[in-house]
Design a protein. Sequence first.
Length: 421
Amino acid sequence: MKTTILKKAGLAILGMLVLFSQLSTAQEDYYTIKGKVKDKESKKEVIFGSVSIAGTHIGTVTNGDGEFAIKIKKSMNNGELEFSHIGYNSTKVAIIDLKPEDNLIYLVPSSVNVNEVTVRPEDARKLISMAISKIPENYSITALNSTGFYREAIKKRRDYLSISEALVDIYKGGYTRDIDDDKVKIYKGRKSSNVKRADTLAVKLQGGPYISLLFDVVKNPYVLISDDVIYQYDFAITDIKTVDNKLMYEVSFTPRVTDPEYPLYTGKYFIDVKSLAIASAEFSMDLSDPEKAARMFVKRKPSGLKLTPTSTNYIVTYKEINGKYYFNYSRSEVDFKCNWAKRLFNTNYTIMSELAITDWNMATLDKFKMRESLKKNSVFEEEVTAFTDDNFWGEFNTIEPDQSIESAIKKYGRKLKREKN
Protein backbone atom coordinates (compact mmCIF):
# COMPACT_ATOMS: atom_id res chain seq x y z
CA MET A 1 0.00 0.00 0.00
CA LYS A 2 1.41 3.36 -1.00
CA THR A 3 0.67 6.45 1.02
CA THR A 4 1.30 10.07 0.18
CA ILE A 5 2.58 12.76 2.52
CA LEU A 6 1.75 16.15 1.09
CA LYS A 7 3.56 19.31 2.08
CA LYS A 8 1.20 21.88 3.54
CA ALA A 9 0.97 25.16 1.60
CA GLY A 10 -0.11 27.65 4.22
CA LEU A 11 0.79 30.07 6.97
CA ALA A 12 4.21 28.68 7.79
CA ILE A 13 5.52 28.95 4.19
CA LEU A 14 7.15 25.61 4.72
CA GLY A 15 7.35 24.80 1.04
CA MET A 16 10.52 24.84 -0.93
CA LEU A 17 11.04 25.65 -4.53
CA VAL A 18 13.07 27.55 -7.01
CA LEU A 19 12.07 29.66 -9.92
CA PHE A 20 14.21 31.15 -12.50
CA SER A 21 14.03 32.39 -16.04
CA GLN A 22 14.58 35.10 -18.58
CA LEU A 23 13.01 36.74 -21.61
CA SER A 24 13.06 34.62 -24.72
CA THR A 25 15.23 35.34 -27.74
CA ALA A 26 16.06 33.40 -30.86
CA GLN A 27 18.42 30.56 -29.98
CA GLU A 28 21.17 31.75 -32.31
CA ASP A 29 21.16 35.20 -30.67
CA TYR A 30 22.55 34.17 -27.28
CA TYR A 31 25.51 32.44 -25.68
CA THR A 32 26.31 31.06 -22.23
CA ILE A 33 28.91 32.15 -19.68
CA LYS A 34 29.77 29.82 -16.80
CA GLY A 35 31.97 30.19 -13.75
CA LYS A 36 32.30 30.15 -9.98
CA VAL A 37 32.15 32.90 -7.34
CA LYS A 38 34.47 32.77 -4.30
CA ASP A 39 35.36 34.80 -1.23
CA LYS A 40 38.66 36.54 -2.05
CA GLU A 41 40.03 36.13 1.47
CA SER A 42 38.87 32.65 2.52
CA LYS A 43 38.63 31.23 -1.03
CA LYS A 44 35.33 29.59 -0.01
CA GLU A 45 32.47 29.37 -2.51
CA VAL A 46 29.86 32.13 -2.34
CA ILE A 47 26.55 30.29 -2.51
CA PHE A 48 23.18 31.76 -3.55
CA GLY A 49 24.86 34.96 -4.70
CA SER A 50 23.27 37.25 -7.28
CA VAL A 51 24.56 37.32 -10.87
CA SER A 52 22.93 39.82 -13.22
CA ILE A 53 23.50 41.81 -16.38
CA ALA A 54 24.09 45.33 -15.08
CA GLY A 55 21.33 47.79 -15.92
CA THR A 56 18.81 45.09 -16.89
CA HIS A 57 16.24 42.90 -15.17
CA ILE A 58 18.07 39.70 -16.24
CA GLY A 59 19.92 37.58 -13.70
CA THR A 60 20.49 34.29 -11.93
CA VAL A 61 21.99 32.96 -8.69
CA THR A 62 24.97 30.80 -7.81
CA ASN A 63 24.18 27.25 -6.73
CA GLY A 64 25.23 25.35 -3.62
CA ASP A 65 28.76 25.04 -5.01
CA GLY A 66 29.08 28.73 -5.91
CA GLU A 67 28.70 27.97 -9.63
CA PHE A 68 26.70 30.03 -12.10
CA ALA A 69 25.59 29.87 -15.73
CA ILE A 70 23.94 32.81 -17.46
CA LYS A 71 22.68 33.10 -21.04
CA ILE A 72 23.30 36.45 -22.67
CA LYS A 73 21.93 38.03 -25.82
CA LYS A 74 24.70 38.85 -28.27
CA SER A 75 23.32 42.39 -28.42
CA MET A 76 24.36 42.78 -24.75
CA ASN A 77 27.97 41.78 -25.43
CA ASN A 78 29.24 45.25 -24.49
CA GLY A 79 27.60 45.16 -21.07
CA GLU A 80 28.81 44.01 -17.66
CA LEU A 81 27.98 41.16 -15.31
CA GLU A 82 27.39 42.24 -11.72
CA PHE A 83 28.04 39.88 -8.80
CA SER A 84 26.76 40.52 -5.27
CA HIS A 85 25.99 38.85 -1.96
CA ILE A 86 25.21 39.91 1.60
CA GLY A 87 28.37 41.05 3.35
CA TYR A 88 30.43 41.62 0.18
CA ASN A 89 31.24 44.54 -2.04
CA SER A 90 29.51 44.12 -5.39
CA THR A 91 31.78 43.77 -8.40
CA LYS A 92 31.26 44.24 -12.13
CA VAL A 93 33.11 42.48 -14.94
CA ALA A 94 32.93 43.35 -18.65
CA ILE A 95 31.16 40.56 -20.53
CA ILE A 96 33.74 40.63 -23.33
CA ASP A 97 36.45 39.86 -20.75
CA LEU A 98 34.77 36.61 -19.66
CA LYS A 99 35.35 33.16 -21.12
CA PRO A 100 32.53 30.74 -22.05
CA GLU A 101 33.51 28.53 -19.08
CA ASP A 102 35.73 28.30 -15.99
CA ASN A 103 35.50 31.96 -15.01
CA LEU A 104 36.57 32.59 -11.42
CA ILE A 105 35.06 35.67 -9.74
CA TYR A 106 36.25 36.87 -6.33
CA LEU A 107 34.09 39.00 -4.02
CA VAL A 108 35.75 41.13 -1.36
CA PRO A 109 34.15 41.04 2.12
CA SER A 110 32.87 44.50 3.03
CA SER A 111 33.87 46.43 6.11
CA VAL A 112 31.49 48.95 7.66
CA ASN A 113 32.25 51.84 9.98
CA VAL A 114 29.63 51.36 12.69
CA ASN A 115 30.00 55.04 13.64
CA GLU A 116 28.15 55.86 10.41
CA VAL A 117 25.00 54.30 11.90
CA THR A 118 23.26 55.97 14.82
CA VAL A 119 20.37 53.57 15.50
CA ARG A 120 20.79 51.98 18.92
CA PRO A 121 20.01 48.29 19.67
CA GLU A 122 16.96 49.22 21.74
CA ASP A 123 15.43 50.79 18.62
CA ALA A 124 15.21 47.46 16.77
CA ARG A 125 11.46 46.95 17.22
CA LYS A 126 10.77 50.52 16.13
CA LEU A 127 13.01 49.95 13.11
CA ILE A 128 10.94 46.92 12.07
CA SER A 129 7.71 48.92 12.48
CA MET A 130 9.13 51.73 10.34
CA ALA A 131 10.17 49.25 7.65
CA ILE A 132 6.64 47.85 7.58
CA SER A 133 5.10 51.32 7.31
CA LYS A 134 7.33 52.10 4.31
CA ILE A 135 6.34 49.04 2.26
CA PRO A 136 4.07 51.10 -0.07
CA GLU A 137 7.02 53.43 -0.78
CA ASN A 138 9.70 50.77 -1.26
CA TYR A 139 7.85 48.11 -3.27
CA SER A 140 5.77 48.18 -6.43
CA ILE A 141 2.09 48.84 -5.71
CA THR A 142 1.22 47.86 -9.28
CA ALA A 143 1.13 44.29 -10.54
CA LEU A 144 3.66 43.08 -13.11
CA ASN A 145 4.68 39.99 -15.05
CA SER A 146 7.90 38.07 -14.55
CA THR A 147 9.50 34.87 -15.78
CA GLY A 148 11.08 32.25 -13.58
CA PHE A 149 12.75 28.89 -13.23
CA TYR A 150 11.47 26.53 -10.56
CA ARG A 151 13.08 23.37 -9.19
CA GLU A 152 12.09 21.05 -6.37
CA ALA A 153 13.80 17.88 -5.19
CA ILE A 154 13.00 15.17 -2.66
CA LYS A 155 15.68 12.93 -1.17
CA LYS A 156 15.48 9.78 0.92
CA ARG A 157 18.70 9.81 2.91
CA ARG A 158 21.27 10.56 0.17
CA ASP A 159 19.24 9.24 -2.78
CA TYR A 160 17.09 11.54 -4.91
CA LEU A 161 13.54 10.26 -5.24
CA SER A 162 12.34 13.03 -7.54
CA ILE A 163 13.61 16.16 -9.25
CA SER A 164 11.17 18.48 -11.05
CA GLU A 165 11.84 21.81 -12.71
CA ALA A 166 10.13 24.25 -15.06
CA LEU A 167 10.15 27.63 -16.71
CA VAL A 168 7.13 29.53 -15.43
CA ASP A 169 5.33 32.77 -16.16
CA ILE A 170 4.31 34.71 -13.05
CA TYR A 171 1.68 37.36 -12.46
CA LYS A 172 3.01 39.22 -9.41
CA GLY A 173 0.36 41.17 -7.57
CA GLY A 174 1.11 44.63 -6.21
CA TYR A 175 2.35 45.29 -2.67
CA THR A 176 -0.85 46.81 -1.35
CA ARG A 177 -3.26 45.94 1.41
CA ASP A 178 -5.77 44.87 -1.23
CA ILE A 179 -5.82 41.17 -2.08
CA ASP A 180 -4.08 40.62 -5.41
CA ASP A 181 -3.01 36.97 -5.50
CA ASP A 182 0.08 35.89 -7.41
CA LYS A 183 -0.58 33.46 -10.27
CA VAL A 184 1.67 30.96 -12.04
CA LYS A 185 1.47 29.08 -15.32
CA ILE A 186 3.96 26.53 -16.63
CA TYR A 187 5.74 27.45 -19.85
CA LYS A 188 7.75 24.21 -20.11
CA GLY A 189 8.96 21.68 -17.57
CA ARG A 190 10.42 18.26 -16.96
CA LYS A 191 11.06 15.79 -14.15
CA SER A 192 13.04 12.72 -13.27
CA SER A 193 11.65 10.19 -10.84
CA ASN A 194 13.00 7.06 -9.19
CA VAL A 195 10.25 6.18 -6.74
CA LYS A 196 10.18 2.39 -6.52
CA ARG A 197 6.92 0.49 -6.43
CA ALA A 198 8.08 -1.35 -3.36
CA ASP A 199 8.65 1.87 -1.40
CA THR A 200 6.69 1.90 1.85
CA LEU A 201 6.06 5.63 1.68
CA ALA A 202 5.66 8.12 -1.17
CA VAL A 203 6.54 11.70 -0.26
CA LYS A 204 5.25 14.59 -2.36
CA LEU A 205 5.31 18.38 -2.14
CA GLN A 206 2.01 20.18 -2.63
CA GLY A 207 1.81 23.73 -3.92
CA GLY A 208 4.85 23.87 -6.20
CA PRO A 209 5.89 27.42 -7.18
CA TYR A 210 3.13 28.93 -5.03
CA ILE A 211 4.97 27.78 -1.92
CA SER A 212 8.05 29.70 -3.08
CA LEU A 213 5.99 32.81 -3.66
CA LEU A 214 4.78 32.60 -0.07
CA PHE A 215 8.38 33.32 0.92
CA ASP A 216 7.72 36.88 -0.21
CA VAL A 217 7.15 37.88 3.41
CA VAL A 218 6.71 41.54 2.47
CA LYS A 219 3.71 40.72 0.27
CA ASN A 220 2.51 38.06 2.73
CA PRO A 221 3.14 39.83 6.05
CA TYR A 222 1.01 37.40 8.06
CA VAL A 223 3.96 35.00 7.89
CA LEU A 224 6.47 37.13 9.81
CA ILE A 225 5.92 40.90 9.80
CA SER A 226 2.25 41.76 10.24
CA ASP A 227 1.29 43.96 13.20
CA ASP A 228 -0.31 41.05 15.03
CA VAL A 229 2.76 38.82 14.51
CA ILE A 230 5.77 40.98 15.35
CA TYR A 231 4.70 41.34 18.99
CA GLN A 232 5.52 37.62 19.34
CA TYR A 233 9.21 38.30 18.65
CA ASP A 234 12.15 40.04 20.28
CA PHE A 235 14.41 42.07 17.96
CA ALA A 236 18.00 43.29 18.15
CA ILE A 237 20.30 45.11 15.73
CA THR A 238 23.24 42.71 15.62
CA ASP A 239 25.40 43.96 12.74
CA ILE A 240 25.77 46.33 9.79
CA LYS A 241 26.49 44.72 6.41
CA THR A 242 26.32 45.57 2.72
CA VAL A 243 24.10 44.22 -0.03
CA ASP A 244 24.66 45.55 -3.56
CA ASN A 245 26.99 48.16 -2.04
CA LYS A 246 24.19 49.50 0.20
CA LEU A 247 24.44 49.64 4.00
CA MET A 248 22.05 47.20 5.68
CA TYR A 249 20.96 46.78 9.28
CA GLU A 250 21.12 43.14 10.34
CA VAL A 251 18.14 42.75 12.66
CA SER A 252 17.94 39.40 14.44
CA PHE A 253 14.66 38.06 15.80
CA THR A 254 13.75 35.29 18.25
CA PRO A 255 10.42 34.11 19.69
CA ARG A 256 9.30 35.91 22.86
CA VAL A 257 6.07 33.94 23.34
CA THR A 258 6.67 30.82 25.42
CA ASP A 259 3.76 28.70 24.18
CA PRO A 260 2.56 30.04 20.81
CA GLU A 261 -0.41 28.58 18.95
CA TYR A 262 1.87 27.58 16.06
CA PRO A 263 5.68 27.34 15.73
CA LEU A 264 7.56 30.64 15.42
CA TYR A 265 10.90 31.40 13.76
CA THR A 266 14.42 32.48 14.54
CA GLY A 267 16.31 34.51 11.97
CA LYS A 268 17.39 37.91 10.70
CA TYR A 269 16.30 40.66 8.35
CA PHE A 270 18.60 42.86 6.30
CA ILE A 271 17.10 46.36 6.08
CA ASP A 272 18.34 49.16 3.83
CA VAL A 273 19.73 51.88 6.11
CA LYS A 274 18.61 54.68 3.79
CA SER A 275 15.17 53.54 2.56
CA LEU A 276 14.32 51.05 5.35
CA ALA A 277 13.32 48.48 2.72
CA ILE A 278 13.62 44.82 3.73
CA ALA A 279 16.24 43.55 1.27
CA SER A 280 16.39 39.93 2.46
CA ALA A 281 15.51 37.57 5.28
CA GLU A 282 16.97 34.31 6.55
CA PHE A 283 15.12 32.20 9.09
CA SER A 284 14.37 28.75 10.47
CA MET A 285 11.47 27.28 12.39
CA ASP A 286 11.54 26.75 16.14
CA LEU A 287 11.40 22.94 16.43
CA SER A 288 11.38 22.77 20.23
CA ASP A 289 7.86 21.30 20.01
CA PRO A 290 8.26 18.67 17.24
CA GLU A 291 4.62 17.58 17.26
CA LYS A 292 3.36 21.14 16.82
CA ALA A 293 5.87 21.72 14.03
CA ALA A 294 4.92 18.48 12.28
CA ARG A 295 1.28 19.61 12.06
CA MET A 296 2.40 22.59 9.98
CA PHE A 297 4.01 20.32 7.38
CA VAL A 298 1.75 17.33 6.94
CA LYS A 299 -1.53 17.39 5.05
CA ARG A 300 -2.11 13.65 4.96
CA LYS A 301 -0.28 10.66 6.41
CA PRO A 302 -0.99 7.01 7.26
CA SER A 303 -2.17 6.01 10.71
CA GLY A 304 0.68 5.25 13.06
CA LEU A 305 3.33 7.15 11.12
CA LYS A 306 5.31 9.64 13.20
CA LEU A 307 6.92 12.52 11.34
CA THR A 308 9.52 14.63 13.14
CA PRO A 309 11.05 17.74 11.51
CA THR A 310 14.78 17.86 12.30
CA SER A 311 15.86 21.09 10.58
CA THR A 312 14.48 23.91 8.40
CA ASN A 313 16.20 26.70 6.48
CA TYR A 314 14.56 29.51 4.49
CA ILE A 315 15.90 32.48 2.58
CA VAL A 316 14.24 35.24 0.56
CA THR A 317 15.93 38.13 -1.25
CA TYR A 318 14.75 41.25 -3.06
CA LYS A 319 16.44 43.22 -5.83
CA GLU A 320 16.37 47.02 -6.05
CA ILE A 321 15.58 48.45 -9.49
CA ASN A 322 15.13 52.19 -9.97
CA GLY A 323 14.32 52.82 -6.33
CA LYS A 324 11.86 49.92 -5.90
CA TYR A 325 12.49 46.47 -4.44
CA TYR A 326 11.19 43.32 -6.17
CA PHE A 327 10.98 39.69 -5.09
CA ASN A 328 14.10 38.06 -6.49
CA TYR A 329 14.96 34.67 -4.99
CA SER A 330 13.79 32.15 -2.41
CA ARG A 331 15.09 28.84 -1.17
CA SER A 332 13.79 26.33 1.34
CA GLU A 333 15.14 23.10 2.72
CA VAL A 334 13.40 20.91 5.29
CA ASP A 335 14.74 17.69 6.82
CA PHE A 336 12.46 15.29 8.66
CA LYS A 337 12.42 11.78 10.04
CA CYS A 338 9.62 9.27 9.44
CA ASN A 339 9.06 6.43 11.89
CA TRP A 340 6.37 3.84 11.20
CA ALA A 341 6.67 1.23 13.93
CA LYS A 342 4.14 -1.29 12.61
CA ARG A 343 5.90 -1.31 9.22
CA LEU A 344 9.39 -1.38 10.77
CA PHE A 345 10.06 1.76 8.74
CA ASN A 346 12.44 4.47 9.97
CA THR A 347 14.23 6.83 7.58
CA ASN A 348 15.08 10.47 6.82
CA TYR A 349 13.85 12.72 4.00
CA THR A 350 14.85 16.13 2.64
CA ILE A 351 12.62 18.44 0.59
CA MET A 352 14.35 21.29 -1.24
CA SER A 353 13.07 23.99 -3.55
CA GLU A 354 14.27 27.36 -4.79
CA LEU A 355 12.91 30.16 -6.91
CA ALA A 356 14.89 32.90 -8.68
CA ILE A 357 13.19 35.59 -10.74
CA THR A 358 15.34 36.49 -13.73
CA ASP A 359 13.24 38.88 -15.75
CA TRP A 360 10.45 41.38 -15.14
CA ASN A 361 8.19 42.92 -17.76
CA MET A 362 7.54 46.46 -16.61
CA ALA A 363 5.57 47.47 -19.70
CA THR A 364 2.74 45.05 -20.47
CA LEU A 365 0.59 43.22 -17.95
CA ASP A 366 -1.16 39.91 -18.38
CA LYS A 367 -3.28 38.49 -15.57
CA PHE A 368 -3.64 34.81 -16.36
CA LYS A 369 -7.05 33.28 -16.75
CA MET A 370 -8.06 30.75 -14.16
CA ARG A 371 -7.92 27.87 -16.63
CA GLU A 372 -4.33 28.78 -17.57
CA SER A 373 -3.02 29.01 -14.03
CA LEU A 374 -1.42 26.22 -12.06
CA LYS A 375 -3.71 25.21 -9.21
CA LYS A 376 -2.43 26.18 -5.79
CA ASN A 377 -3.10 22.74 -4.33
CA SER A 378 -1.47 20.85 -7.20
CA VAL A 379 1.49 18.49 -6.86
CA PHE A 380 3.97 20.05 -9.24
CA GLU A 381 5.74 16.77 -9.98
CA GLU A 382 2.50 15.47 -11.49
CA GLU A 383 2.22 18.46 -13.86
CA VAL A 384 5.38 17.79 -15.88
CA THR A 385 6.70 14.81 -17.86
CA ALA A 386 9.80 12.69 -17.31
CA PHE A 387 12.64 13.01 -19.82
CA THR A 388 16.11 14.51 -20.25
CA ASP A 389 17.45 16.75 -22.98
CA ASP A 390 20.62 18.82 -22.71
CA ASN A 391 19.11 21.53 -24.93
CA PHE A 392 15.66 21.47 -23.37
CA TRP A 393 15.78 24.99 -21.89
CA GLY A 394 17.07 26.65 -25.06
CA GLU A 395 17.78 30.36 -24.56
CA PHE A 396 16.15 30.53 -21.13
CA ASN A 397 18.25 30.96 -18.02
CA THR A 398 18.21 28.25 -15.37
CA ILE A 399 19.99 27.84 -12.07
CA GLU A 400 23.12 25.77 -12.57
CA PRO A 401 22.39 22.44 -10.81
CA ASP A 402 24.65 21.07 -8.12
CA GLN A 403 26.66 18.23 -9.62
CA SER A 404 24.83 15.65 -7.50
CA ILE A 405 21.45 16.79 -8.83
CA GLU A 406 22.69 16.95 -12.40
CA SER A 407 24.03 13.41 -12.13
CA ALA A 408 20.78 12.21 -10.58
CA ILE A 409 18.73 13.66 -13.44
CA LYS A 410 20.89 11.88 -16.02
CA LYS A 411 20.95 8.64 -14.06
CA TYR A 412 17.22 8.44 -13.44
CA GLY A 413 16.44 9.73 -16.92
CA ARG A 414 18.30 6.78 -18.42
CA LYS A 415 16.57 4.43 -16.02
CA LEU A 416 13.12 5.67 -17.00
CA LYS A 417 13.97 5.46 -20.68
CA ARG A 418 15.04 1.82 -20.31
CA GLU A 419 11.86 0.99 -18.39
CA LYS A 420 9.69 2.53 -21.15
CA ASN A 421 11.54 0.48 -23.78
